[in-house]
Design a protein around this ligand. Structure first.
Ligand code: NAP
Ligand code: SF4
Length: 674
């Protein structure tokens, strides 16, 4: 008897059977655009070998005007068919099934040729779209159908027609973006004509034994979004038109509600999909922030859906399903929802990877092979850099000893996990602990390794991390001045009025920690109130009419930086806006362009500009220093002085811009080469 009977049950689609209920959701990895088709194929084949029931590719454009970006991958020619055959044959050889997502971006297409139902510019694109005429609409339909036919020729098991997230088909559905008065606009019957025609004509063209997934936006989270009644009506029509599976889309890209970030509660939207269960006869898939087999199993056992879509968790661990099947769920590298190496890369025009698994999308280029000659390796520092180096080295057959002066592994991850909304870091530290224990690594905690301890190892790796930067502010020696380590790690007492010096990732984290009571991430109703999410059965689009209703802040916090620009500009591309919005909701005052003059009984004295004008006193009972960090290199320097070679990684190597993504990547790559 498996621990996950619902998740691992096969799904009979009539003409074909999926081996389990795991759908790997579409991700725009940028791999297809590399045109290195063997590399793309290996990415998907690795997930097929890992046991995923059905995979969906990243969005592939049906034509130029509908492609997300100029140069984005399309399915329009025989050459495209030949290229995609490399993917499908690798996946089929590995025993998997794969559908190609057809993504027409409509007004979200990042280019001057973009088209839409009405000429209304999206708030997240600089390009105003051209309103399509009747012929233009017909062309879009036949291009989408043509892409499906070519996908079938390329031996895909099916296609996913992207109808959610505010893309082209979704834009026709709601009056927010569709102001037409012809047969493609006006009444709901008219507005849903396009998606239905697309599905109907696709089915006609591909015949019966081909999967058509329709990704349907079940809660738009934008003004004038669909009602639940409309969602059900569309789902039924899409079923009638020939869809095999309905997948869930949550929120438009322009929505001001986070939908997949780490601070979104796990399975936060499964209740939305559940509303459709029993109302259509085809399988329904749920999605968003489902990252572990137990979460997926619960969602299915509770009847929220027939299948679960997970995308980023399959970046974090290609063997997710196999590990769940073989009783090794605690070995699954957890997706922490950070977006740092996946969506932030996508939106930054970089190839996707994964913070916890730097091999994701780099399978062919970043191989980890058994060591030719096993060595003894001493690693100092059990933060993300040292841990990753230790695991990879041990995996390759080296004998690893890992030292840390703390009483636990995890380094700075242990501080991140204290921050409300970053609870997923607990799972990451637990995963490292499990893997380190299993890998037979000798762990020496509470041990400040010195030069003598490291003599005799074949290789020495220094991952001693960072120390806080001293900002040198007069008065900072006072008892009421704390460092972020005192606050996050040592739980020092903090007053009710706090000045936070430094507004980098850590300043924002500390501010969040200080203003938040119980974490809304662990309380779905509270999180929904905080972001103004309502039941789409009661309110169109699922946006509460009263707007966000956050809990009042636990403390009064002022967050400052010396740079004159807006605070939080350096935070993650796809998550920075969430952190800024959260602090605004908690009435955190954010001040840029300050000089820190002194700290005394009255509080923190600041001034502005080179002329040190406009003096102001921030009335506070506690000051927290989050002024960045410097590399802790003393051990590396001592080793070098004794002529002992060592490799320096993570924050000990470069402190600026340090984050777990770079630390893990560097540790893994170093150990892959030792
Ligand atoms: P950081 O991002 O480099 O921020 C340092 C802050 O200190 C800045 O606001 C800087 O702004 C200020 N500062 C620098 N020198 C100062 C000085 N001499 N006196 C006063 N203020 C000074 O560093 P961090 O916040 O320590 O974060 C470290 C790394 O951890 C970050 O790079 C980040 O990637 C990572 N992290 C990431 C997240 C995340 O959410 N992704 C969260 C936490 C940490 P001014 O120079 O303008 O004053
Ligand atoms: Fe998940 Fe972060 Fe990896 Fe993206 S980078 S897959 S969010 S752990």
């Amino acid at each position: 008897m498996t621990t996950y009977p619902h998740l691992l049950a096969p799904l009979d689609l009539g003409f074909t059977t999926l081996k389990n209920r795991v759908l790997m959701g579409s991700m725009h990895t940028g791999l297809e655009e590399t045109k290195d088709w063997n590399r793309v194929a290996e990415f998907y084949a690795a997930r097929a070998r890992g046991g995923v029931g059905l995979m969906v590719t990243g969005g592939i454009g049906p034509n130029l005007e509908g492609s997300v970006l100029p140069g984005a991958s399309m399915m329009v020619s025989d050459e495209d068919v030949a290229n995609h055959k490399v993917i499908t044959s690798a996946v089929h050889d590995a025993g998997g099934k794969i559908a190609m997502q057809i993504l027409h971006a409509g007004r979200y297409a990042y280019g001057p040729k973009c088209v839409a139902p009405s000429a209304i510019k999206s708030p997240i694109s600089p390009f105003p779209p051209t309103e399509l005429d009747e012929d233009g609409i017909e062309k879009q339909i036949s291009d989408i159908v043509n892409a499906a036919v070519l996908a079938q020729q390329a031996s895909y098991d099916g296609v996913e027609i992207m109808g959610s997230e505010g893309y082209f088909l979704n834009q026709f559905l709601v009056t927010h973006t569709n102001k037409r008065e012809d047969r493609w606009g006006g009444s709901y019957e008219n507005r849903m004509r396009l998606p239905i025609e697309v599905v109907r004509r696709t089915r006609e063209a591909v015949g019966t034994d081909f999967i058509i997934i329709y990704r349907l936006s079940m809660i738009d989270l934008v003004p004038e979004g669909s009602t639940h009644e409309e969602v059900v009506q569309l789902a039924r029509e899409v079923e009638k038109a020939g869809a095999t599976i309905i997948n869930t889309g949550i929120g438009w890209h322009e929505a001001r509600v986070p939908t997949i970030a780490t601070s979104v509660p796990r399975r936060a939207f499964a209740w939305v999909t559940k509303k459709l269960m029993g109302k259509v006869g085809i399988p329904v898939v749920t999605s968003n922030r489902i990252n572990m087999p137990d979460v997926a199993e619960d969602v299915l056992a509770e009847g929220c859906a027939d299948m679960v879509s997970m995308a980023r968790p399959l970046l974090a661990d290609a063997d997710f399903v196999v590990k769940a099947e073989t009783g090794q769920a605690d070995h699954i590298a957890p997706c922490i929802g950070c977006n740092q190496a996946c969506l932030d890369h996508t939106f930054g025009g970089k190839l996707t990877s994964c913070l916890v698994n730097p091999r994701a999308c780099h399978e062919t280029e970043h191989a980890i092979t058994p060591a030719e000659q096993p060595k003894s390796i001493g690693i100092v520092g059990a933060g993300p850099a040292g841990l990753s180096a230790a695991l990879t080295a041990a995996d390759r057959g080296h004998a690893v000893t890992l030292f840390d002066k703390a009483d636990r592994i995890g380094g700075q991850l242990n501080m991140a996990r204290q921050v409300p909304g970053k609870e997923e870091f607990h799972g990451l530290v637990d995963w490292f602990a499990t893997m380190v224990a299993d890998a037979g690594i000798t762990v020496k905690l509470n041990t400040e390794a010195g030069v003598d301890d490291l003599k005799g190892f074949d290789e020495v790796v220094i991952a001693t991390g960072v120390v806080p930067r001293d900002p040198g502010i007069p008065g900072q020696e006072r008892d009421n001045v704390l460092s972020y380590i005192d606050v996050l790690r040592d739980k020092a007492e903090v007053g009710n009025k706090v000045a936070v010096i430094g507004a980098g990732g850590i300043g924002f984290d500390v501010a969040e920690f200080l203003v938040t009571g119980d974490s809304p991430t662990l309380d779905l109703p509270e999180w929904m109130r905080e972001w103004g999410v309502a039941d789409p059965e009661a309110v169109r689009g699922g946006l509460a009419p009263e707007g966000p209703q956050p809990e009042p802040p636990v403390r009064q916090v002022t967050l400052m930086q010396r740079k004159a620009k807006a605070l939080g500009k350096g935070l993650g591309k796809t998550t920075g806006w969430i952190h800024r919005a959260e602090l605004k909701m908690k009435q955190v005052e954010m001040i840029g362009g300050v000089n820190y003059e002194k700290i005394d009984d009255a509080g923190l004295h600041i001034s502005f500009g080179e002329a040190r004008e406009n003096p102001r006193v921030i009335d506070c009972d506690t000051v927290v220093l989050c002024a960045g960090q410097l590399s802790e290199r003393s051990l590396a320097d001592a080793l070098e002085a004794e002529g002992i070679a060592c490799h320096v990684i993570g924050g000990a190597d470069v402190a600026a811009e340090l984050d777990a993504k770079r630390a893990i990547n560097q540790g893994t790559r170093l150990a892959a080469a030792l």
